[in-house]
Design a binder for this molecule. Structure first.
Ligand SMILES: *[C@@H]1O[C@H](CO)[C@@H](O)[C@H](O)[C@H]1NC(C)=O
Ligand SMILES: *[C@@H]1O[C@H](CO)[C@@H](O)[C@H](O)[C@H]1NC(C)=O
Ligand SMILES: *[C@@H]1O[C@H](CO)[C@@H](O)[C@H](O)[C@H]1NC(C)=O
Ligand SMILES: [Ca+2]
Length: 456
């Protein structure tokens, strides 16, 4: 209706329409603010994905109140994993129960049960101090519900904190969970209704794993999990993969899915979705002081090396019909080749691109990167930086002397380790000058390089 009216209005409106259509994202940009079809930030942390026919449903924690307490389990739908429409909330607080607004509801996962024709949601159900350590279950007759709460309890009487649900091909499903004060990791089969657990099929004693997910590939189960860390990743031994030809084990560990120093690109696993012979890692970059601004880090999982590895990708796309992904390549500009002003200084380090970064940005220091080639259509630019603090920094970014935008720079765990954060810039067609760190009183992260992508 809206589009039709615009077309009737005249040629100017047509141009506006064409522009807005062209600006619909066709790429996944890990770490970017991700908005739904209404333009609101997607609030679906601790994701769970349900596939029904060709529709994907993304369930997650609505953290828009910047609180860990339960606000809602949101439900979004999409046909392409890129464009998400928010539907009704799947589950909302019920006062006087274990899922009141003063409790914790995390990591909702939904599977469909053919025996009873119900969608069954499992989640981590807890008190605000995480002392209750229970699972919760709710059911519905349609994907987004709303769901009817059935209850919260400790599975087989033991703790359950971070959890996920894995549905095997035979319609049997399993609860994957951090148990016994997060010491032992368990895989426990669900009953035929998916309402309760029956028996534990595997236990990884003393494994201290959380944030689990499983992908089954060529008859092998790959269990992805992080070591227990709460919202803040530790610096080493962050991720692990365990494989087995049976959910009953035994499980053997494989290489980490990302370089340890990257701390899984500063993210924690929420869900792992098969994509052809590869997979999609869906993680959260938790931001404890501003939970609603926690970003999503979705990356391809590749088995090219024999064991699953996250593919570092600033900008990438999915071909669902082919079951493939494609990582965009861009043009690199080293910060140290830019024009430094004020207190900005070049520093060396083997972890940096070209062996150098520009430090002391902000607080009087800035750097201009000149002759950056743009296409005039709005483009993603990945800003590679190091921030050895334990808190976020930020940097001002301005194009061709225009007004500046502030870009958040999460800590990188170490001043010699870089991460990238994306920013969408309107570059002119042809040469541009991008200035970093001007007009800010706080220090920005050390700038290593930028990569300019054609995609916007
Ligand atoms: C789950 O099953 C256990 C027995 O294995 C039982 O004690 C418990 O009451 C059941 N919980 C629910 C909510 O049905
Ligand atoms: C996706 O893959 C299919 C099958 O290989 C191919 O025909 C199609 O052109 C691809 N789509 C895009 C957008 O690349
Ligand atoms: C920018 O980062 C500094 C810390 O370096 C912080 O104090 C400040 O609040 C941040 N600004 C914004 C708008 O987030
Ligand atoms: Ca560099």
């Amino acid at each position: 209706m809206l589009a039709l009216r615009r077309i009737i209005v005249g040629p100017l409106a047509l141009i506006a329409l064409a522009r807005s259509v062209a600006s619909v994202d066709t790429v996944i940009v890990p770490g970017a603010p991700w908005t739904d079809t209404s333009g609101n930030l997607i609030q679906a942390h601790g994701a769970g994905i349900l596939t029904v026919g060709s529709t994907y449903y993304w369930f997650g924690e609505d953290k828009s109140a910047n609180s860990a307490l339960f606000k809602a389990v949101s439900c979004y739908s999409s046909n392409d994993l890129l464009t998400w429409s928010r539907q009704n909330n799947a589950l909302t607080p019920i006062s006087g129960t274990s899922i009141s607004s003063s409790n914790i509801v995390e990591r909702p996962k939904v599977i469909f049960n053919k025996n009873n024709n119900q969608y069954v949601m499992w989640f981590h159900s807890d008190t605000s101090n995480y002392g209750a350590a229970m699972v919760g279950v709710a059911t519905a007759s349609s994907p987004c519900g709303p769901y009817t709460y059935k209850g919260s309890w400790k599975p087989l009487g033991a703790d359950s904190r971070d959890e996920s649900i894995f549905q095997d091909t035979a319609q049997t499903a399993y609860l994957l969970y951090a148990s016994d004060n997060n010491q032992n990791f368990k895989i426990t089969q669900l009953d035929s209704n998916y309402y309760n657990v029956t028996s534990t099929v595997s236990e990884l004693s003393g494994a201290t794993l959380e944030a689990p997910g499983i992908i089954k590939r060529n008859g092998v189960y790959y269990l992805f999990a992080s070591h227990t860390s709460g919202f803040v990743p530790p610096y080493s031994e962050y991720y692990s993969v365990h494989i087995s030809s049976s959910l009953h084990g035994p499980w053997t560990s494989q290489a980490d899915i990302a370089p340890e120093s990257s701390r899984t690109f500063y993210s924690q696993n929420a869900y792992d979705l098969p994509l052809g012979s590869n997979g999609i890692y869906m993680g959260d970059r938790w931001r404890p002081d501003l939970l609603g601004s926690s970003r999503y880090i979705w990356l391809p999982i590749s088995w090219a090396s024999g064991s699953p590895q996250l593919v570092q990708a600033d900008v990438w796309s999915i071909n669902l019909s082919a079951g493939t992904y494609s990582v965009a390549s861009g043009t690199t500009y080293e910060a140290e080749s830019g024009t430094l002003s004020g207190s900005a200084k070049v520093a060396s380090g083997s972890g940096f691109s070209g062996g150098k970064v520009v430090g002391y940005l902000g607080h009087g220091g800035s750097v201009q990167i000149k002759n950056v080639q743009g296409n005039g259509n709005g483009q993603w630019v990945a800003v590679y930086y190091a921030n050895g603090d334990s808190t976020y920094r930020n940097v001002t970014v301005s194009v061709n002397g225009g007004s500046s935008v502030l870009l958040d720079q999460p800590d990188t765990g170490n001043g010699q380790v870089t991460l990238s954060v994306p920013i969408k810039l309107n570059l002119n067609n042809g040469a541009n000058t991008i200035t970093f760190g001007a007009g800010q009183s706080n220090y920005a992260g050390d700038l290593d390089k930028i990569i300019v992508y054609q995609q916007g």
